[in-house]
Design a protein around this ligand. Structure first.
Ligand code: NAD
Ligand code: APR
Length: 233
């Protein structure tokens, strides 16, 4: 890649699969274990807050038992070489990109390690459980919820993402099914602005046909190989 080219990378649950974190739509995935309507919507939270707080407490606790895999490490290596010319957008709410060494990660669906106060709207770094209704660090009210974007809510930082897509030279989608918008439409935004597009996924996604190039296989193999190619020149 030329020395002034910009890359936008989108990752989904598939990049964390080999670290042992369930994806959503693969066999046995999260949406086979729980109804989306019950644990990933504002209505579900209003209906049964204990169920939802417990669901995300268990996912937050599980982070202690998993490690980043070579795909996360490869993206951190790429970031170091492309300082300032790489934007990593993830739909994932885990912290494996950061633990794998990436420093500039845009979590468009929020993060398990953050809590949002339904009262004052302040977001706080959060490692503990929310089921016991701890007080908001800012307003002290017992109104903390997972800082995770649910269906029907607006993902974070969309303006910054669309700006980067309009300006990038290469868009790479890694480990996402292409089933959920607005992320599923990013490839079309990038292509419309003249960027090259590449899909790295275990198998063809719902949007594979929209990519100029697709490589299929496990992320822990594909991503390091691709990063080596980019860094070699
Ligand atoms: P959505 O964006 O997931 O849309 C629901 C379904 O409608 C999609 O699966 C897609 O098949 C279809 N769809 C939506 N927009 C479309 C479009 N423009 N063209 C064609 N098909 C389209 O549902 P939502 O309520 O808009 O979700 C809002 C945000 O919340 C999304 O970014 C979603 O990923 C996010 N979310 C996060 C979590 C979580 O646990 N982090 C869970 C659910 C949803
Ligand atoms: N390597 C690469 N890709 C993989 C691997 C792997 N080892 N394992 C699974 N995949 C791919 C699957 O082929 C699938 O295309 O990862 C993708 C996972 O898709 P989903 O389970 O739908 O996860 P994701 O695309 O991140 O979901 C998007 O939907 O429910 C909402 O907000 C939630 O962020 C999530 C969004």
């Amino acid at each position: 890649m030329a020395g002034n080219e910009h890359i936008v990378i989108l990752t989904g649950a598939g990049i964390s699969a080999e670290s042992g974190i369930d994806t959503f739509r693969s066999a046995g995935g999260l949406w086979e274990q729980h109804r989306v309507e019950d644990v990933a919507t504002p209505e579900g939270f209003a209906r049964d807050p204990d169920l939802v707080l417990g669901f995300y407490d268990r996912r937050r606790e599980a982070l202690a038992n998993v490690e980043p895999n070579p795909a996360h490490a490869a993206l951190a290596r790429l970031e170091r070489e492309f300082a300032g010319r790489l934007l990593l957008v993830t739909q994932n709410v885990d912290d494996l990109h950061e633990r794998g060494g990436s420093e500039r990660v845009l979590h468009m669906h929020g993060e398990l390690k953050s809590a949002l106060c339904s009262g004052c709207g302040v977001r706080s770094r959060w490692d503990a459980a929310l089921s016991d209704r701890p007080p908001c660090p800012s307003c002290k009210a017992p109104s903390l919820r997972p800082d995770v974007v649910w269906f029907g809510e607006m993902p974070y930082r969309m303006e910054a993402i669309y700006k980067a897509l309009a300006e990038c030279d290469l868009f790479v989608s890694i480990g996402t099914s292409g089933a959920v918008y607005p992320a599923a439409g990013f490839v079309q935004e990038a292509a419309a602005s003249g960027a090259r597009t590449l899909e790295l996924n275990l198998e063809p996604s719902e949007g594979s046909h929209l990519f100029a190039e697709q490589r299929h296989g496990p992320a822990s193999t594909l991503v390091p190989q691709w990063v080596d190619e980019v860094l070699a020149g």
